[in-house]
Design a protein around this ligand. Sequence first.
Ligand SMILES: O=C(O)CCC(=O)C(=O)O
Length: 295
Amino acid sequence: MTPEQILEYPARVLSEPQRRAYFETGFLAAPGLIPDAWLRRLNELSDAFLAESRGVVASNEVFDLGAEHSPQRPHVRRLRALVDRHPDFWGFAAESVLADIAADLVGPDVKFHSSKLNYKWPGSGEIVKWHQDIPAWPHTNYSPVTLGVYLDDVPGEQGPLTCIPGSHRGPIFVHHDDHGAWTGSIRDDDIARLDLGASVDLTGPAGTLIAINCRTAHASRANATERVRPVALFVYSSADAFPWMPAPTPTTHTGEIVRGVPAALAHLDPTPCPVPPDWSREGYGSIFTAQREED
Ligand SMILES: O=C(O)CCC(=O)C(=O)O
């Protein structure tokens, strides 16, 4: 669906100005939409998985671990395929207000794509470089949106997601190096074409909902505080958007319709998109491993 078609449907959760701001800028940050009970539950589950990670020594299908990870000082960069980690994560993705927010941004027929919980640890110096999401998981149109929930307060010094307004209407950049290897980040010469000075930090109190369109150029700085920054991320699309390459991080629920009905017609946007590696053959680590050239 196009933004114009989506906006013809009445809003369920977001205000009309919030929806219009998303389509205009390519992103949104909105506190106060996620019920406290869900926020508490997400935090309980996050704490339980961090405790479990103390007994894990190497990255596996559940945990993407930083090099400094130890039982004393867990360093989980990402909890993978979140909706497969606990039924309540899937309940949140499919049955909570989150799927209604997705409907406000992709239209009444909503397809689930993928999910993860990213942490950013104090003192780790970890940054996420400028990138767009869609080159890693191209679809037939550009409705896909990542909805995130900050599990704790995220001020500017805690490595918030930061986005470039209007970049979702600009070029879709290659995320490969000169030798064709996947880097998960925009090349320096293309970054020079972006208005980095206009970037906006998506900050907010615990429970803030963030939305980032799949074409929006975004990044995050190092966490300069003493507290970890957990953000749970869930990707949805219009039901009429179909992936045309294997998903890098599939879940058992990938492709499920969480609101409305499946599409009878695919919507094909003519804007070209670079072709990613075939993740079903090459495997995918995470954005952290790709951007740091780990295996
Ligand atoms: O966790 C972050 O700071 C950034 C995450 C992100 O942009 C991604 O996973 O695509």
